[in-house]
Structure formats: structure tokens, C-alpha cells
Design a protein around this ligand. Structure first.
Ligand SMILES: [Mn+2]
Length: 266
């Protein structure tokens, strides 16, 4: 198996919470784009009203990101303004997901965001918690893992980012249509979840009893193995009138609490 194969352990970067923080919130999978105005507004009002000392975004804030130079115009510019404003008031951490993996150092620096590696071990309130987007652990989605190792390759990234912005937007649209097609072809009820054995191995190696991840859009919590728990973050969708949803996971000295920012319509 090659060094970057699925059985290789990742580097477990550690981030320590500031001593004065009393609450940290985690969100993920907002999949923002210009066709999700209500979700964008909900994110803006969440950032304006949360009392958390730090907010960590664990991937797929954006439906797609085709390069940091896109932040100067249109919808991406509005997002950059919103993030900059929020980051001027509290710590805002950003981990890339499978949709917005091209968010880079320029965007993070311009908005004042704290870069989070995937995975990151967060140390706060005397505990160690592993944070991940989750896609790297969905090993049974072989087709996706092949795509992932292709696009996370620095050479692929450099080549893609060297193309004109309009062309990159076109490629992104195509990839998205392909992904929609795959979703339609999936048998109802069939979905990909993280590989339990691998997740437990990571947690064991990193010395953390809790994993917080997103990506699967199946919010909840369960025990992966005795002594190893995971919390799955909710995706956000306020533009789906039938089943609006948005949650944040709040972490304080007292423990974890799921904040329902929107629940399914009756
Ligand atoms: Mn994802």
C-alpha cells in the first residue's frame, strides 16, 4: 500500500482552544451557492447572533469553490464579506470539504479565517476531540475515493487553478451534474457512511474518544466502539420548504449540545 493509501494514518494536527473560551460551535455542509438565498441568510443571522467564542466550519461551507480568485465577484464576494466581518468579532475556523477543497491560503488570509487540517485534534475543556469533514473516511465509496486522490494531488490542483476562471466554473458545473446523476442512480436507502474500523483506529492513535464530522448529511450520534463516540453534524438547507434543517453542535465545559436552528416543517 502506498504511503497515501487509505490504510495510511493521517497527521493529527492539534489545535488548542484559548483559555478564555467558554463555548465552541461546529457547523458543516451548508453547501452555499447563489441558488440557496435562505440558507445564506440563515448563516448570516447565525454568525450575527451566536454567543460562541469560536465557530469551526468542518467542510462544505460552499457548494463549489473554483479558486480563491473567485472571491472578488458575485456570490463568492458576498460570502467573503460575510466571513471577514464575522471573523473580526470571533475566531472562525475553516476546514475544507469535498466540494470546497480548493479554498486556499489566499481566501483564508483575506477573510481572517483560521485554517484547520483534516483531521484536526481540538483540545478544549480538558478533552481531546477529533474534527474531520468525513469524506476521507467513506472508504466504501470507491469511485469517490479515486476522484478524491486525483483532485487532491498538488499537480492537478496547480493545473486546474491555472485555467481561466470562466473555464473552471464550467468544469465545476460539469462535475456537479455528474454527481447529481450518480445520486439519482443510487438505490434508495443506500448511502455511504464512514468506515468504522478506520475511524476507531484514527481515534485510538490520536488519543481521542470523540469524533465530530459532517459530510454524510445523517445528523446524530452513536458509539463506534466501546469508548469511541461520534457526532455527525447536520447539513443546512433552508431553501427546501418541505424539510428545512440547520443545526450547530455546541461544546462547553458541560458537554455537547445540539442547537436546532431550524427543524422540519410540520
Ligand atoms: Mn461533503
Amino acid at each position: 500500500m502506498s504511503a497515501d493509501g487509505p490504510t495510511a494514518l493521517p497527521t493529527f494536527w492539534e489545535v488548542e482552544a484559548a483559555a478564555e473560551w467558554s463555548s465552541i460551535e461546529f457547523i458543516s455542509d451548508l453547501h452555499l451557492d447563489e441558488n440557496t438565498p435562505k440558507t445564506f441568510d440563515a448563516f448570516a443571522s447565525y454568525l450575527a447572533s451566536t454567543t460562541a467564542d469560536a465557530v469551526f466550519i468542518l467542510g462544505d461551507l460552499f457548494e463549489v469553490w473554483v479558486g480563491d480568485d473567485s472571491r472578488h465577484e458575485g456570490f463568492e464576494a458576498r460570502c467573503a464579506d460575510l466571513l471577514s466581518e464575522a471573523a473580526s468579532r470571533r475566531t472562525l475556523g475553516f476546514m475544507v470539504g469535498n466540494r470546497d477543497f480548493l479554498v486556499g491560503a489566499d481566501m483564508l488570509k483575506a477573510c481572517g479565517l483560521m485554517a484547520l487540517s483534516d483531521p484536526t485534534v481540538m483540545i478544549a475543556f480538558g478533552q481531546r476531540v477529533m474534527l474531520a469533514h468525513g469524506d476521507a473516511l467513506c472508504l466504501s465509496d470507491v469511485e469517490y475515493q479515486r476522484f478524491r486522490s486525483q483532485v487532491r494531488n498538488p499537480a492537478w490542483r496547480a493545473e486546474f487553478l491555472s485555467r481561466p476562471l470562466a473555464e473552471r466554473r464550467k468544469v465545476a458545473r460539469h462535475i456537479r451534474e455528474e454527481s447529481e446523476r450518480r445520486k439519482r442512480e443510487q438505490v434508495a436507502g443506500q448511502y455511504f457512511d464512514i468506515d468504522t474500523a478506520t475511524a476507531v483506529r484514527w481515534m485510538h492513535e490520536a488519543g481521542t474518544p470523540l469524533l465530530i464530522h459532517g459530510h454524510t448529511h445523517m445528523p446524530g450520534n452513536d458509539e463506534l466502539a466501546p469508548g469511541f463516540e461520534r457526532q455527525v453534524l447536520s447539513d443546512w438547507d433552508l431553501d427546501d420548504a418541505m424539510a428545512p434543517r440547520a443545526q450547530a453542535l455546541r461544546w462547553t465545559r458541560e458537554g455537547l449540545e445540539r442547537l436546532l436552528l431550524a427543524c422540519s416543517a410540520a
